[in-house]
Write a protein that binds this ligand. Structure first.
Ligand code: CA
Length: 227
């Protein structure tokens, strides 16, 4: 049974929604202010939260902001004021939907069903597969690299080196560890190979696009660093 938390200071409205939701087969908890609501979300595994914006103690927007720091739980905002500001702030803040009071209970139920259903869909793009840096995109599954939307043709080793640097973003990759990882422990030669391949990469992904991706850490190795 799916569990829904209602955070709403208008107790009459909260009780009415609670009864309707229970009738539909949901389990329901209630909180009458933002602080209690936040505490319940932290300590209970809800499937969805109905969150009023105008709340005592903590506003709904503030509760939303704090919840999004630790959870992607579906949240539908309840707003009394049909203002653009509320909607934009709420949706930018990570709300899944909003509904303006007064609302028809059927409309609320429909939105709850939609949010709960889409929650189970995979995200449109699997995050771990495509890594990005500025206008560079690296798809580790398709083994495809794009810069500013152009597909860049890389050799296997060039791709592997770029992938390794992207995977270790913000960490200095030593020449030795890149060699070991990409060329293998039995590589006979010197660490200049890494420099050569970094130069190839720069020719392909940086120079034509006037883009800085790989930084040199003198005497150590290379780094892709978020700015
Ligand atoms: Ca309120």
């Amino acid at each position: 049974m799916e569990k829904i938390l209602i955070v709403e200071d208008e107790e009459k409205l909260a009780r009415f929604v609670e009864l309707e939701l229970k009738y539909e087969g949901y389990q329901v908890d209630k909180a009458y202010n933002g602080r209690d609501g936040l505490e319940l979300i932290k300590t209970h595994p809800y499937d969805l939260v109905l969150l009023d914006i105008m709340l005592p103690e903590l506003s709904g927007i503030e509760v939303l902001r704090r919840v999004r720091q630790f959870s992607s739980i579906p949240i539908i905002l309840l707003t009394a004021r049909d203002t653009v500001v509320d909607k934009v702030t709420g949706l930018d803040g990570g709300a899944d939907d909003y509904i303006t009071k007064p609302f028809a209970i059927e409309e609320l139920l429909a939105r709850i069903r939609t949010v709960l259903r889409t929650r189970h869909l995979p995200p449109p793009e699997v995050k771990s597969r495509v890594m990005t840096y500025k206008t560079l995109e690296l798809d580790s599954e398709k083994r495809e690299v794009k810069v500013a939307g152009d597909i860049i043709h890389l050799t296997k080793k060039e791709f592997d080196l770029l992938y390794y640097l992207m995977k270790n973003k913000n960490i200095v990759v030593k020449r030795e560890s890149a060699l070991d990882k990409i060329w293998g422990y039995d590589f006979v030669g010197n660490t200049n190979a890494v420099d050569v391949y970094v130069r190839h990469l720069r020719t392909k992904i940086e120079e034509p696009y006037n883009l800085k991706v790989i930084q040199t850490v003198r005497g150590v190795g290379y780094l892709i660093k978020d700015e």
